[in-house]
Ligand binder design. Sequence first.
Ligand code: TRP
Ligand code: ZN
Length: 473
Amino acid sequence: MPRSVPIAPAALLLAVLLTGCGLAGCDGGVKGTPGGSGLRDPYFPKAGNGGYDVTHYDLTLAYDPNDGDQRGGRLTGTATVTARATHALSAFDLDLRGLDVTDVSVEGRAARWNRAGQELTVRPRGDLEKGETFRTTVRYHGTPQTITDPDGSKEGWLPTADGALALGEPIGSMTWFPGNHHPSDKATYDIAVTVPKGLRAVSNGELTDERTTGHRTTFTWHTAEPMASYVATIAVGHYTVSRSTTSDGLPVYVAVDPAQTAASRKVLARLPEIMDWARYTFGPYPFSSTGAIVDRPDDAEYALETQNRPVFPGAPDTATLVHELAHQWYGDSVTPKTWRDMWLNEGFATYAEWLWDEDHDGDTADRTFTSLYAHGEDDYEDLWAFPPARPSAPGRISDTPVYLRGAMVLHKIRRAVGDDTFYDIVQGWAATHRHGNADTADFTAYVEKRAPDKDFTGIWKDWLYGDGKPDHA
Ligand code: TRP
Ligand code: ZN
């Protein structure tokens, strides 16, 4: 059809003249490009995706521990992800590891999609405009994977003695729902989990509905405050539930594996008291409920600060309970921008343990600091292996320097500014970045602003960023 060739440019010219939009099309005037398959995190570059910002996850899941394969039970899910395009998009990625996807739609219309590694790439029918809010629905099923981290520990979906437990730090949540799995993109959540009658499903936020139909029960959980996906959880199994309220009226929901109730009773009874102390020390609690999930010691290898309701493998000790509750302020509410900023989580949560001791007739934080400086390497041989703000490898973001040397940085600041300013900083930091994200540069700038007459250059250089053991305590 040679005659039609010259007509097209003419028509295009006419379109441009009439509407002001040309080859790019008229959808917002800018041609969409792919969002990108990772956020270039310095430690986990493929984690997360570019081009959009998730505002809400609506997850409707069913899990039957007895209906899977030898690796665990079977999960069936429908995830509706509400997001805002940060530029015009022709395609975008969600992170999802394992599981079979059956279909994907965007704004109710079937979308093309394909999978490569942990990337689920979605091509909507038409481009998404910059600033547009769009809903993507993914239906999927299968036996979720357990991931072995660079440091050798297990995360993701962990089958347990009587169900399963989902732990997501740093990248495990992509084993059970598709999303933007990077701490920089926080969102609200509705999570409904259907399990065989007799089992329970515990998650983040508040339980808004529990309903049994036939042989299955559905537990519906609502998280109204922004949550990073690495602190999202579900725990399926037999649990003894106790509900109460803190002195300021906050709902407490504690779920304990029946095999652990006796061993954990005493320490969990202190949870309201720890919350009171933490509010007094760190400022207003950032979430609308609190609690804990206690599974069996073999169910997981470590505790995790899952939002509202930290998870413990077996009865925690008081220090661990204090640590995970402190993370609700430092980690869950003020969340690192990247995995390099882990010390802002672990340094604060560890320092919270020191402060708890100091306030409860134990060692002062100064004594803890001083003895660590004097001979900490006897107990922690890698204490000085790398600076807290620059872990030497992805497999080391949860190593001793991030925790202990991170806490030592905070103590150095306390020594420099005195207690009044120090507590102002600790509370002000939590208030300023409440429900947000922050990195190490934000932190040092904040400290400098709160104590303008002090010079922190040496602390940053020797304690935060410097290699090896600092020359002076
Ligand atoms: N955040 C957990 C805690 O200290 C520990 C942890 C588990 C962790 N998995 C991790 C830390 C992965 C960093 C990376 O309470
Ligand atoms: Zn921690």
